[in-house]
Design a protein around this ligand. Structure first.
Ligand code: AMP
Ligand code: ZN
Ligand code: FE
Ligand code: FE
Length: 290
């Protein structure tokens, strides 16, 4: 069993990279890709944890990232899988490609901080007395996002639960929402490939376009140089995943599968399992081979 898509506390997951590596070993995974949203901050810790000798369970840590792409009407996420080492022995960017990716993610991070401040301003104007100090604390030293703000809204009893916090305040179209700076697909693809990774479109059904429209968009991705499609994702039904797989194979794409594990934040998702509770077989490693 392997997993090619999961999140740590470096973005909106609930486990540290070290805990994720331990869980993956505990479940007997042969490989795990850490793919935090718009950040690679969890990778050094994950790599250290995975390289620590454990004779009972060797684990291949796959460096990854999940970059949000500017797109309407739905959400577009691009996975960068199996990146080359990003840092040299002195903790400096390993090469020009690594430096470009790190710079772009840092810029997105600063834009995210500014957006958080705006959302928090909006919430105070709406009468919820949230503070930036609380947000920093909720994010545990990592970069905050809307899931952390949702936690504050529950704590302030302005929402029943995190889902309710999104529905009332934070989701797109709700009163306190602010748009986030996203990269164009071409730029994100070039950053990922420049850093030695494969550019894989995550969970294509979140684009929220018709099947016939998706076929045309996929043709464009192939022309552009996108490497693969994450056909198997737990937000889709198994039949939909198989349909995506066929569309991707017909066009010569690599096909990947992931759990999009977030820990307690989404307890129904399990490391190493994807749509329909399907175990992600080791054979998917061949899909990211070069
Ligand atoms: P951000 O990157 O700060 O915009 O936060 C995006 C994250 O918020 C997603 O990865 C989800 O975990 C969560 N999220 C987005 N929309 C919703 C929603 N409608 N309900 C619950 N969680 C959501
Ligand atoms: Zn997430
Ligand atoms: Fe995603
Ligand atoms: Fe994800």
């Amino acid at each position: 069993m392997i997993d090619l898509h999961c999140h740590s506390i470096a973005s909106d997951g609930s486990y540290s990279p070290t805990e994720l590596v331990a869980m993956a070993r505990g479940r007997g995974l042969a490989a795990l890709a850490l793919t935090d949203h718009d950040t690679v901050a969890g990778l050094p810790e994950a790599e250290t944890a995975a390289s620590t000798a454990d004779p009972s369970a060797s684990l291949r840590l796959i460096r990854g990232v999940e970059i949000e792409i500017a797109f309407e009407p739905g959400e577009f996420h691009l996975l960068g899988l199996d990146l080359a080492p990003l840092f040299d022995g002195e903790g400096q960017p390993a090469n020009f490609g690594a430096e470009r990716l790190l710079d772009a993610l840092e810029r997105l991070g600063m834009a995210r901080d500014e957006r958080n401040r705006q959302i928090m301003d909006n919430l105070r104007e709406a009468g919820v007395p949230v503070t930036m100090e609380e947000l920093t604390e909720a994010a545990g030293g990592m970069r905050a996002g809307r899931p952390h703000i949702a936690t504050l809204l529950v704590r302030h009893k302005a929402a029943k639960n995190r889902q309710d916090a999104f529905a009332r305040f934070l989701a797109k179209g709700r009163p306190c929402y602010e748009a986030k700076e996203c990269l164009p697909l071409e730029e994100a693809m070039s950053l990922v490939r420049g850093a030695g990774g494969l550019a894989i479109v995550a969970h294509p059904l979140s684009l929220f376009v018709s099947w016939s429209h998706l076929e045309k968009i996929m043709d464009g991705w192939k022309e552009m140089g996108i490497d693969g499609i994450e056909a198997f994702h737990p937000a889709a039904k198994l039949g939909q995943c198989r349909r995506l797989e066929k569309m991707a194979r017909d066009r010569g794409f690599r096909v990947t599968a992931g759990s999009d594990f977030h820990g307690a934040a989404r307890p129904e998702r399990r490391l190493g399992k994807t749509a329909g509770d399907l175990v992600i077989a080791d054979s998917y490693l061949a899909e990211i081979a070069r």
